[in-house]
Write a protein of this length. Structure first.
Length: 602
């Protein structure tokens, strides 16, 4: 029988007593700083019970707390019930920082533990500096108490790696590595350690299944001026993949040998992205006996390389979005047969997720969903990252709104789409927030901007109408999307907080404003966009957005009088494009429904 969270806390505290630690910190990351991680490294979930993708748990000898952002306030409060944990809401006035809370709970001179493998170099360095200010509190990074208390801990995945064909990648691994070396030379670096799993998969034109919904595999990649070494559990490599790596000039060593590889690295210097490389491996290089090997602390050049799609990748995205649009339209047509009828109560949040996934699975090159579907009916729509479980699953009703955020992994592209759907009569409040969200979405779609602008400069367009009404949302407005890779790709994004990463032609980015009224309802509308050229003037190059997503937007909840004419024009033009593109791939009944769904809003 599995132990309760409180029993696990007592086991942890026994280890802390033996190690003379006053607190232990559990971040949400793994040794590769992934947002979504293999089960083996879900220590924060194990020790707290909270399963969101972002959060930090801290346990002292007498207390426990969990910090997370607005996406998870409602879910975290529910999952922490019955435990010692206090919920700490990030970006809410009065919420202490983790160092402040530890300082208050533990006092001056305490010693705090954190696993250096599962924390980035920058995260640990900032933690050390902040805790020093709280009374000389020190940090230990050489302990993983989960090895002692996590019975039945999942093993590191050993799933096979597969080749990502050139017909979808559009650029060979050799050419990518040559570009990476060129970028390293500009940074005066002879080599780099690549730790982010999606960066490695992109660089090598390989994919895997080690992380739920993300086609990546656990590994490190060490690039020097002459050699490239992949550190991976060799049992994962088929003869075909091994031969491919040899052809591409990639040496292979066991995953656990990465520390030795760094110790054996003898060039002038090495680039280590301190936000990507974990603290333990960073310290291996910093404390090397050969002081001539310097560390170049800069962002990995691969992050921005892979965000700019080549022509083959863009074509793949368009093909994937066409297939996804067909599946979404078939789903919406099917759902329309229940809307406004008592029979809709036969459907639940989980069953509609299963229906949509089955329709996607019928499409060519379908591999998986790209994230766990968010199907929130009524008040569940106000839970930003809600995921229905057998315990929370509720039937739909012939009234109110359904928020449906979903996506798929196709071999030629990754999709991410949100639609909010009226299931029957709506309140005036529901119609108003739906329209405000749609206005914000369209204003982003209409934006023209100078090349190199930051997404933070554009983010206001999604919020300006909401702010006039005293409404807001605390999550980002958009994120990059990978090429049959992670559905969240950066560093570019739309966000209120300052994010300087420039927007350039060839990038994908989502447009997904939302409004959430706890206990009542939520609305969000999302398309995935491609950044394309607009015009060039004496003031430079200007860019615009092209919607890759092909799916009707529900017109039923729209308050027509709230929309500007340019917003109505955009919606009508978008719907005409959706109908023209999708209708040849649908049966007559579906075409008839789509024609009505895409009819002009007058």
């Amino acid at each position: 029988m599995a132990k309760t969270i409180n029993e696990r806390l007592e086991d942890l505290r026994e280890v802390m007593r033996r190690e003379h630690l006053s607190a232990f910190i559990f971040p949400s990351t793994d040794p590769h700083q992934g947002e979504y991680i293999p089960d083996h490294w879900k220590g924060r979930e194990f020790i707290s019970g909270f399963n969101g993708s972002a959060g930090t748990a801290v346990v002292t000898m007498t207390s426990a707390a969990l910090w997370t952002d607005s996406r998870y306030f409602i879910a975290a409060a529910d999952q922490l019930k019955g435990t010692e944990y206090q919920l700490m809401k990030l970006k809410i006035e009065g919420t202490p920082t983790i160092p402040e809370w530890i300082g208050k709970e533990c006092g001056a001179g305490a010693e705090v533990g954190i696993d250096g493998w599962c924390s980035s170099a920058n995260a640990v360095k900032e933690l050390v500096a902040d805790l020093r200010k709280e009374g000389g509190i020190t940090v230990r990074t050489n302990l993983d108490p989960l090895k002692q208390i996590w019975q039945g801990r999942p093993v590191i995945p050993e799933n096979p790696v597969e080749i990502f064909p050139m017909r979808y990648a559009g650029e060979s691994s050799r050419d990518k590595i040559a570009r990476i070396r060129q970028a390293l030379r500009k940074r005066h670096a002879d080599g780099m350690l690549m730790s982010a799993l999606d960066d490695i998969a992109w660089t090598l034109n390989l994919r895997g299944t080690d992380v739920h919904c993300n086609p990546v595999f656990v590994s490190y990649l060490l690039i020097s001026s002459k050699d490239v070494t992949l550190y991976v559990n060799k049992v994962k490599l088929t003869p075909e993949v091994s031969a491919y790596l040899q052809t591409e000039g990639i040496r292979v060593e066991e995953y656990e040998q990465v520390k030795k590889g760094l110790n054996d690295y003898f060039e002038y210097n090495i680039l280590l992205d301190p936000d990507e490389v974990n603290y333990t491996l960073y310290e291996v290089v910093r404390s090397k006996a050969n002081p001539a090997v310097g560390i170049v602390e800069e962002e990995s050049p691969v992050k921005r390389m892979k965000t700019v799609k080549n022509e083959t990748e863009i074509a793949g995205f368009r093909n994937a979005m066409l297939k996804d649009g067909i599946a979404m339209t078939k789903f919406l047509y099917w759902l329309s047969g229940y809307i406004g009828k008592p029979e809709i109560s036969e459907l639940t949040e989980i069953s509609i997720d299963q229906k949509l996934t089955s329709l996607r699975a019928e499409q060519p090159l379908y591999r998986d969903i790209s994230f766990d579907t968010i199907a929130g009916y009524g008040e569940h729509g106000a839970i930003v990252h809600y995921e229905a479980t057998p315990e929370t699953d509720i039937p739909l009703q012939p009234r109110g709104m359904l928020l449906l955020d979903s996506g798929a992994q196709y071999l030629d592209g990754t999709t991410d789409i949100t639609r909010t759907i009226a299931l029957g009569p709506l309140t005036e409040e529901e119609k108003k927030i739906y329209t405000l969200v749609l206005q914000g979405h369209i204003q982003i779609e209409l934006c023209k901007f100078p090349s190199g602008s930051s997404g933070t400069q554009i983010d206001i367009l999604a919020r300006k109408y909401m702010w006039r009404e005293g409404l807001n949302y605390l999550h980002g407005t958009g994120h990059g999307v990978g090429t049959y890779l992670n559905v969240h790709e950066g560093p570019h994004q739309f966000r209120m907080e300052w994010k300087p990463a420039p927007l350039v032609a060839g990038m994908t980015i989502t447009d997904e404003p939302g409004i959430y009224l706890p206990g009542r309802c939520g609305a969000r509308t999302e398309n995935t966009l491609l950044i394309v050229p607009y015009m060039e003037t004496e003031f430079g190059k200007f860019l615009q957005f092209d919607s890759l997503t092909l799916c009707p937007i529900d017109k039923t909840p729209i308050v027509r009088e709230m929309l500007l004419q340019e917003e109505i024009d955009w919606l009508n033009q978008y719907h005409q494009r959706v109908f023209d593109t999708l209708s040849p791939h649908l049966n007559p009944e579906e075409v008839a429904w789509l024609r009505e769904a895409c009819a002009p809003l007058n």
